[in-house]
Design a protein around this ligand. Sequence first.
Ligand code: MEV
Length: 436
Amino acid sequence: MHDQNFVEGFSKLNKKKKIDWLVKRYFAGRSDARALLERYMHADDRVQSLHDGFIENTLTNYWLPYAVAPNFLINGRTYAVPMVTEESSVVAAAAKAAKFWYPFGGFKARVTGKVKLGHIHLLYYGSAEKLQNFFAQTREEFLRRLKPFTENMEKRGGGILSVELEDWTRRLDYYYTVTFRLDTADSMGANFINTILEEWADYMEETYPSFGRPDELEIIMRILSNHNPGCRVRVSVEASEQELTRRTGIDDYARRFETAVKMAGINPYRAVTHNKGIMNGIDAVVLATGNDFRAVEAGAHAFAASEGEYRSLSSVERSDGMFRFILDIPLAVGTVGGMTRLHPLARLSMELLGNPGAGELMQIIASVGLAQNFSAVHSLITEGIQTGHMRMHLNNILNQLGATPGEAEQIRQLFATRKAHVRAVKEALNRLRNKK
Ligand code: MEV
């Protein structure tokens, strides 16, 4: 039995009919719901139809602010970095950290690996030796058969780096993987990797009957991995502890900062929040450049937990009076293909960044992650995060309360040195209005 809101063939309705159905079923026919959906549609039909094509059942667009954080000095070049986020303090914090580190020479970033992984997950009911033999006998032939798929990628500097059989039977009976290490050049590479895996799995299934009983081999899945510890970037900022003290006005700044990061290095409760701060910056650039933030998030957190306990992705080194703050993170992103080229704003972001290759984009993204982390930890060990958050949040509160520009200005002055909690702002606004 289906209830009245069950719908068959929804995806086949045109957009108007989809909206009609939705408004009738879920908004009691209210015209404001329809008007809101329509208001967020793009005025240019070509752009809207591009958006409609990205996903199924598109009704309208969900807007997020697109901002830039200027003054990011990374490996000697100054970038204005595009960021898309809804969190009020994120861009301000990134920009502040970028400016803070500029006179110290900015961010030094290095890609330490560009290896991505993909697996054919299979069950094999014969002996491990027999599977090993099959794999060894067919490996070269399958690689040859893949040429039409790998040739182009090879021309762009990528391709298959290795293929191995891995034995997982100690953890799950009969379980093996065919593990691919790949370089996908400037693309994120999901399509390339998944195609390779699906082709190889087909070859295995086709070829196996001439080697053994067909029912000995059961392919279960073929999919890339989002855990890519070999696709990594390391970024650092560095300053003398004396200079840090001078700039911040805090005597033992470096020690306090280091202690905060050490706490995130051993306490998973703190580490998750600490890393969330890093991802505030990373996701915003990943989104602005049309990359897959879920893949980046999943990979970062898997890496943070890869030593058996969830830990901080950043660390501090102190020696000979120098303070170094480091982020080491896997980042599987691309600058060609997919959304990076399809979405006009993602394309604009790439242009703004000087049309970087994937490696350079990894360096930029990681730098913003480190900057974000720096700002967060700085706030936490000094005034706390509420003052800054609330300063940024004040505009949202004022909008919500319908303050006029004049009222907003007066309230901003009033809260310049005070924490702006919703209730306090409301009371202040009421007082202001009652005075009139
Ligand atoms: C808030 O979005 C992020 C922080 O909680 C990060 C942190 O605690 O390090 C401020």
